[in-house]
Design a protein around this ligand. Structure first.
Ligand SMILES: [Fe+2]
Length: 487
């Protein structure tokens, strides 16, 4: 064990009587026997820990889980759909291309990319660290910073990244002279300002991914594309990918980083044993609202509780300029609030950005809020000629006069949005509220951001919701069949 290390991620999920286990190894030794030994170690440990037979524990490959999750959780089932995965690393790889074979009802891998050849995830992560933000967590902030600078330094920075990593056809090549990515970045980016670096990195990322996917569409032919893995969380790159001319269908599922690997493992197993896996209908996979007798005991005097009658009451509060928190039905899976654990506000009022930041979010000043946009009326705000489905806020879009129509929910530098394009079947309550807002204002959108204090997870239970409501200056909590106002 001296010269080897193991980086082991574990997801366990239960499907019928089998336990599906998604492990990830990063082995310096490259030793298959070491991997086997480690698997055996964990097989025994899991078996002992949760008291199940060793032989029902199965191991699945990291990028196969990304591919299965990305494809089967979404709505596309076209023969020949190309499935791309990209991340920092998992089971020795940082990317794959697969194709869905409709006849065999199977995902078949076409290409795989060893980490040493495809280092985009690590480059993005370490540049985020260079910008003094948390690697593996704050990449979205680097991405959000990028549109603020569009001057000549952007291309200079981009060239530095292009000297590190290129795509040649469908192959990736990493500059082998670079022994330490962070040191290389530090030496070469020293004279550039933080926004120049973010802009150059993002432009490099977008071009690299667009070239990779375009070249692969030519080589493997196909026009339906699915993207998964940690890098699929880059909604601005997804925006550019969605514009590739020979893509007609494009889907990026929610939570495409490693958090969804356990679901991918389930899909893998269903594909192997039971036939066609069903898509996820929505991302409301979290716990439902469960009342506890003590929930409403000891509420502060300043709270007034009403019984919820209809969405008109919420709408009126939005028109009164109030900031509304929601705690409805089942919580969302993944990092995005999709209405059930959200903060909602009037997107037409730019001052709501300041208001929400002051009352609860304290968000980094450059980061935008996002809109919920009704699918039926999306053409009034979004540029989405291919009618790409985006129910989980995973793709950026250009807007039509977004800065005039929904100034509080667009990116302030480029007026793009990261929308939840909402269908009535996804969330009927939020759809009804947004539709009523549309009927009164002509704007088919609401501002939507996650219900959490800065640096805390999104609320889950009633207890969490009341706690955050109390510790913030939010005006109203729409809690299941109650409305709680601060007076
Ligand atoms: Fe991954």
């Amino acid at each position: 064990m001296q010269s080897s290390f193991v980086d082991f991620r574990i997801s366990i999920t239960c499907l019928g009587t089998d336990l599906l286990y998604q492990g990830h190894f990063s082995l310096k030794s490259n030793s298959s026997s070491f991997k086997e030994k480690t698997q055996n170690f964990f097989r025994k440990a899991i078996s002992n820990h949760i008291n199940v037979a060793e032989d029902i524990i199965k191991f699945f490959d990291h990028h196969s889980c990304h591919a299965s999750y990305g494809f089967y959780s979404g709505p596309i089932r076209d023969d020949g759909t190309l499935i791309f995965t990209a991340d920092s690393y998992g089971d020795g790889l940082s990317g794959t291309i697969s194709r869905y074979n409709e006849k065999e009802k199977k995902i078949e891998r076409l290409k795989k990319y060893p980490v040493e050849n495809f280092q985009l995830g690590r480059i993005y992560r370490l540049t985020t660290l260079l910008l003094r933000m948390l690697p593996g967590e704050h990449e979205y902030k680097t991405m959000g910073l990028a549109p603020y600078y569009n001057g000549p330094q952007k291309n200079e920075v981009k060239k530095i990244f292009e000297e590190m990593q290129v795509v040649d056809g469908t192959d990736f090549k990493f500059n082998k002279k670079i022994k330490n990515i962070y040191d290389h970045l530090e030496e070469n980016l020293e004279q550039f300002r933080f926004d120049h670096i973010a802009a150059g990195l993002q432009a490099f990322t977008e071009d690299l991914l667009v070239d990779w996917i375009s070249n692969s569409l030519n080589e493997f032919s196909g026009n339906s594309v699915v993207f998964s893995g940690g890098i699929s969380m880059n909604i601005k790159a997804n925006h550019k990918i969605s514009q590739i001319s020979n893509i007609s269908k494009f889907f990026v599922s929610g939570g495409g980083a490693d958090l969804s690997l356990a679901i991918g493992a389930c899909y893998n197993e269903i594909e192997n044993t039971q036939g066609m896996p069903l898509p996820l209908n929505n991302m409301y996979l979290g716990p439902p609202i469960i009342y506890n007798e003590s929930n409403f005991e000891n509420l502060p005097q300043k709270y007034k509780i009403y019984e919820f009658k209809n969405t008109d009451e919420i709408l009126q509060r939005i028109f009164d300029g109030k900031i509304i928190a929601t705690c409805l039905d089942r919580a969302e899976f993944g990092p995005r609030a999709l209405g059930n654990r959200s903060i909602l506000a009037d997107p037409r009022k730019r001052e709501n950005v300041e208001k929400i930041n002051r009352k609860i979010k304290n968000r980094d000043f450059w980061m935008p809020f996002a809109p919920i946009i009704l699918e039926e009326y999306q053409d009034e705000i979004l540029v989405n000629p291919k009618k790409i489905e985006c129910p989980y806020m995973t793709i950026g879009f250009d807007t039509i006069d977004g800065n005039e129509k929904i100034p509080a929910a667009v990116h302030r530098a480029d007026y793009t949005v990261r929308p939840l394009i909402l269908n009535q079947h996804h969330n009927s309550k939020i759809w009804e509220l947004t539709n009523k807002f549309y009927k009164k204002t002509g704007i088919p959108a609401l501002l939507n951001t996650s219900f959490n204090l800065h640096g805390e997870p999104i609320v889950n239970s009633i207890h969490d919701a009341l706690s955050v409501f109390e510790r913030s200056d939010l005006d109203t909590l729409w809690l299941d069949n109650h409305i709680i106002d601060k007076i």
